[in-house]
Design a protein around this ligand. Structure first.
Ligand code: MF3
Ligand code: CO
Ligand code: CO
Length: 269
């Protein structure tokens, strides 16, 4: 197995049966984030977080979608401080004052669930807290802008406006995506306003929204591991991600537990 996916082929609209399976995958992904939460402490390595998540995923009879995806070496992404996304877990212990995103994607019963949250490690400075909290608010503003019949660029317009109001940058190189039987299906969800992207939002679509905002310039640079994306100016960056379903009159967040606990809403207290 090469780990390389073929071209995206699935429909943008899911069947009722696929949607039911996606709810279960979303439940499981949210539960894994909650299992990881107590380990996110100063002195704990991101390798340890990967191991905890990996085991929690297998316990649910799921597969960690990132593992060997296009050659990706680990089961989750852990993106610390100036790392925008796709940080590879390693032997560095988390330090007091770090901010870290843990991004869990799992494949359960033929469909994927994809979600990420930021954690504060120990005592975090006020600017970093502001960045993290406003990034979460930007994700929710984007989610609440989702309405059938509206163009999909509404999402990015809403997120970009929120970021601008708070003097935060929006990363453009990485975007949300359709998700279902494929990890990344054809649909593109930009987090900035693209006037040309007027794809109409339709009930039954499932996609992620996963804005990455920055305290400084959103210009990216790639480490020579070919995965780790960082801000060129070294400024801190934050990301939250949900998998959502478009309903007849709005949106349903799929990446919450079956009891309705939403990691993105409770991990920061
Ligand atoms: N979970 C990431 C996303 O939100 C993708 C990670 S791909 C990997 O789309 F290979 F880096 F894991
Ligand atoms: Co995603
Ligand atoms: Co993700």
């Amino acid at each position: 197995m090469t780990g390389n996916p073929g071209p995206a082929i699935s429909s943008n609209v899911r069947t009722e049966e696929e949607i039911q399976r996606m709810r279960l995958a979303g439940n499981a992904a949210a539960e894994v984030l909650l299992e990881v939460q107590p380990f996110v402490q100063p002195g704990v390595t991101t390798d340890k977080i990967d191991q905890i998540a990996h085991e929690a995923i297998l316990e649910r009879n799921a597969y960690p979608s990132p593992l060997n995806y296009r050659g990706y070496p680990k089961s989750v992404c852990t993106s610390v401080n100036e790392v925008i996304c796709h940080g590879i877990p390693d032997s560095r212990p988390l330090a007091d004052g770090d901010i870290v995103n843990v991004d869990v994607t799992l494949y359960l019963n033929g469909v994927h669930g994809d979600t990420s949250v930021m954690f504060f490690v120990g005592e975090v400075d006020e600017e970093s807290k502001r960045l993290v909290l406003e990034t979460r608010t930007a994700l929710y503003a984007g989610i609440h802008s989702v309405k059938p019949g509206e163009p999909i660029n509404t999402i990015g317009r809403t997120i970009e406006n929120h970021a601008r109001q708070h003097n935060l940058g929006v990363v453009r190189e990485f975007i949300g995506h359709g998700i279902g039987t494929e990890f990344h299906s054809g649909l593109q969800i930009k987090h900035y306003y693209d006037p040309y992207d007027s794809t109409v939002i339709v009930p039954g679509m499932t996609f992620t929204i996963e804005p990455m905002l920055t305290l400084g310039s959103p210009t990216c640079e790639m480490w020579d591991d070919d995965w780790t994306a960082v801000t060129r100016d070294g400024s801190r960056t934050a990301q939250f991600e949900h998998t959502v379903l478009v309903t007849e009159d709005g949106v349903e967040i799929l990446t919450k537990t079956k009891d309705g606990v939403v990691p993105a809403e409770q991990v920061l207290g």
